[in-house]
Write a protein that binds this ligand. Structure first.
Ligand code: OGA
Ligand code: MN
Length: 207
């Protein structure tokens, strides 16, 4: 079976994420989506903000949900899986492709997927946490994709990963970058930016 150049590139990106996870507990792939898609998704957040549809996030799930800005300061909006927004459709299709690749090469049996936009205003953060809830174990892998244009190291807003038995890893939220890790094992935090709003799409692969 022959593959288009685009499919070959996608397979390489998926492999880069998986290889990173196997080698050092997280995968990171730059330019995971095209700048035009990054721009479109970022503009969606802007529009959602303007129409008051970005909502203060909470901590925990249905059985223990609370809002607490001293733990988590972002605003979110969930992306529906039947979305007809062109940029969301590109994103969802790509993640579907990644799930298919994972399931066929790593026996992961991922069955569903959920994701939301996040916006952290300046000075807001998300304290160190795990993405898997104590009462609901469905989340297996976390993926975070960044939507920030011309982000500089000095802008801060790092994703700090705390892999077990290793030093802290800091990842700058550069537009187009995708990060991948296990929801039940990788403790992580979002550090505040003192200079800019920080935008991303966070997603979880579930079984
Ligand atoms: C989360 C999260 C990381 C990031 O939303 O659970 O940890 O870098 N996000 O935005
Ligand atoms: Mn998280």
């Amino acid at each position: 079976m022959s593959m288009e150049p685009k499919e070959i590139l996608e397979q390489d990106q998926f492999e880069e994420l998986i290889q990173g996870l196997m080698d050092h507990d997280y995968g990171c792939c730059d330019d995971f989506i095209l700048p035009s898609t990054v721009n479109g998704l970022r503009a969606n957040i802007q529009r959602l903000k303007a129409s008051g549809e970005m909502m203060s996030s909470g901590v925990g799930n249905k059985s223990g949900f609370q809002k607490n800005k001293s733990i988590r300061g972002d605003q979110i909006n969930w992306i529906g899986d039947q979305s007809i927004d062109p940029f969301e459709m590109i994103y969802l299709k790509k993640i579907q492709g990644f799930i298919a690749h994972l399931n066929s090469t790593c026996f992961t049996s991922i069955k569903s997927f959920e994701s939301h936009y996040s916006s952290y205003e300046k000075k807001n953060f998300y304290a160190r946490h795990l993405d898997q809830f104590k009462t609901e174990k469905g989340r297996k892998f976390s993926i975070v994709m960044y939507l920030n244009k011309d982000w500089q190291e000095k802008d801060g807003g790092m994703l700090a990963l705390h892999p077990k038995g290793q030093g802290q890893i800091n990842i700058s939220p550069m537009g187009g970058r995708m990060v991948f890790f296990r929801s039940d094992e990788m403790e992580h935090e979002v550090q505040a930016s003192d200079t800019r709003e920080r935008r991303s799409v966070a997603g979880w692969l579930k079984n």
